[in-house]
Design a protein around this ligand. Structure first.
Ligand code: ATP
Length: 339
């Protein structure tokens, strides 16, 4: 195997009695779009800051392109960071903001302008080079921050919730742009987010964090189709988790299991060969293109069932509350989990 762009070995960080990062081992391959996904406080930012060199680990090592950089200051590492608040200089215009990184790296003045303009062009901002950051929209400021980080052509770009301040529509558009840009420049991206949809949209692979540890590292499809733990099944997508008495009553099995809402069929959609159960519709949540049916099974637990809205079915949906229904699923869609 080739040398990974980033390798973390037994990486640990304690703040007083809080263990923010707990003995992490991780390899991020060269050229990957890699996301760290997890709830607030799970340690993602602390890991990113240790890769950047802003934070020293309590134990363990950080390797970049095979080299141990654990004790090195940020400027002596071949990485750059894009922060959520962009950290642009308000008194400099856009071009000067982007050139700044080159000045710090002592790139000769004759090359700075061309390289800064090229970086601005790559994020489609060439025509706004003379504006001040305050004269830009949130999305444009985000692009300046990206151009400034990319202009040094770092081996690894670290991004800490860089789209967090944008509204949903712009955020979706920027997700696709960012993914395209990463493919174009071929730099390894390490992206921190708590938004599972964002991570699924952009990443080659995702590490799911919980309480300072990694629960699972996998591709988006693998994480969704084969979550390894109950935490991952619950955090990535919506899941019906069955364990203990509920698993015994519905599945006749011991252990912890997940069934995705879209894998469960309702009434006339139930297929031959499905495992079936009877229940009552407790509620119907109208979500536009789909409905979520909450079905109280006669055997005890409540299942969420997702059904596409193929035509305007709000009335039809409301009419079903309190009705007796049959649900069914193929056994291959019952995922066994650990923990
Ligand atoms: P978020 O999505 O909210 O940014 P996160 O997953 O990035 O969360 P971290 O910011 O890495 O989580 O924090 C992990 C834990 O370490 C939290 O319990 C946090 O309170 C604690 N922590 C982080 N930085 C410090 C610090 N400088 N001093 C003390 N505790 C800290």
């Amino acid at each position: 195997m080739s040398t990974p762009a980033v390798e973390l070995v037994g990486l640990t960080k304690s703040f007083g009695s809080v263990t923010a990062v707990d003995g992490l081992d991780l390899r991020i391959e060269d050229g990957e779009f890699f996301s760290m996904l997890g709830p607030s406080g799970s340690g993602k930012t602390t890991v990113l800051r240790m890769i950047a060199g802003f934070e020293l680990p309590s134990a363990g090592r950080v390797l970049l392109a095979g080299e141990d950089v654990t004790g090195r200051p940020p400027f002596a590492r071949d990485v750059n960071t894009v922060f959520q608040d962009y950290a642009l200089f308000p008194h400099m215009d856009v071009l000067a903001n982007v050139e700044y990184g080159l000045r710090v790296k002592r790139v000769p003045a004759s090359q700075r302008r061309d390289r800064a303009m090229a970086a601005l062009e790559s994020v489609q901002l060439g025509q706004l080079a003379r504006r001040r950051p305050t004269q830009l929209s949130g999305g444009q400021r985000q692009r300046v921050a990206l151009a400034r980080a990319l202009v040094n052509r770092p081996r690894v770009l670290l991004l800490d919730e860089p789209l967090g301040a944008l509204d949903l529509k712009l955020r979706r558009a920027m997700q696709l742009e960012l993914k395209d840009l990463q493919r174009e420049v071929g730099i390894t991206f390490v992206f921190v987010t708590h938004d599972q949809e964002e991570a699924l949209t952009m990443s080659d692979r995702i590490a799911v964090f919980s309480e300072g540890r990694i629960e699972q590292v996998a591709s988006p499809a693998e994480l969704y189709e084969s979550p390894g733990t109950a935490f991952v099944a619950g955090f990535v997508g919506t899941s019906n988790l069955l364990s203990g008495d509920a698993a015994a009553a519905v599945l006749g099995r011991t252990g912890t299991f997940s069934i995705r809402p879209e894998k469960i069929h309702l009434d006339s959609d139930v297929e031959s060969g499905n495992t079936t159960a009877r229940g009552t519709v407790a509620d119907v949540v109208y979500l536009g293109s789909v409905n979520h049916y909450l079905v109280d099974l006669d055997a005890g637990p409540t299942l969420t069932v997702l059904k596409q809205n193929l035509r305007d079915s709000t009335e039809q949906a409301m009419g079903r509350r309190g009705q007796q229904v049959t649900v069914g699923w193929a056994d291959e869609h019952v995922i066994e989990l650990s923990g």
